[in-house]
Ligand binder design. Structure first.
Ligand code: GRF
Length: 212
């Protein structure tokens, strides 16, 4: 049985369908993840993740920089929502916008992202979704995988917390490879969040130690 600890308070930021968010919610429901998703934020009003939020009765907001006249108002709105829900860890799950640097400073080492490849390979600006898997296949890689990492001020450069490989198989298309990687994503994102919930992560520069 999992030891009783205070569930860690999460905000999920997502731009699309939200399958990683849904996997996190399922793992919370089946008690393998000691967390609560307090709020879901999307920059995209039509994102599937907002429907998932409704289904699970979770507070949700469409917040896009375009709605604000200044960067300050935008950052104030995001910070306001995060403060109001007493968020401890921010989970980026297919979020296609840069997080403002002021938020990154306030939540240093407390913002996670999942990337559908083994960073530092196949990451960075423009490498998201299908483009990642296409690049892996075009390079001729024999393995790919998923990386959960800390978010810093650049795209996909923060320290990895957890990585897992999958094989690239003969005849793979970007879709078949994406599906194999996604299964791993759904598993390791919750595992990494659980380590934060249990306070088992120590970060010293780029070195991450997991306390046994
Ligand atoms: C995932 O492949 C994730 O690694 C990437 O964006 C995709 C989001 O998928 N960052 P979903 O919206 O969670 O289904």
């Amino acid at each position: 049985m999992t030891e009783q600890i205070e569930p860690i308070r999460l905000a999920v930021f997502a731009s699309g369908r939200g399958s990683n968010c849904e996997a996190i919610l399922e793992n919370i429901e089946n008690n393998s993840l000691q967390a609560r998703v307090l709020v879901i934020i999307s920059n995209n009003a039509a994102a599937g993740v907002l429907e998932i939020a409704k289904k699970h009765k979770i507070a949700h907001f469409h917040i896009s920089q375009k709605q604000f006249e200044s960067e300050k108002e935008y950052v104030d709105r995001l910070s306001g929502v995060l403060d109001e829900h007493q968020v401890q860890l921010i989970i980026l799950a297919g979020y296609l916008k840069m997080i403002p640097s002021e938020i990154i400073r306030c939540y240093r080492n407390r913002i996670l992202n999942i990337h559908p490849a083994l960073l530092p390979a196949f990451g960075g600006h423009g490498l998201y979704g299908r483009f990642v898997h296409e690049a892996v296949l075009n390079y001729g890689c024999k393995v790919s995988g998923a990386t959960v990492h800390i978010v810093d001020e650049e795209y996909d450069t923060g320290t990895p917390i957890m990585q897992q490989c999958v094989p690239v198989l003969p005849g793979d298309t970007p879709e078949t490879l994406a599906a194999r990687v996604l299964e791993v994503e759904h598993r390791i994102y919750s595992q990494a969040i659980q380590l934060f919930a249990q306070d088992r992560i120590r970060i010293d520069g780029r070195k991450v130690t997991i306390i046994p």
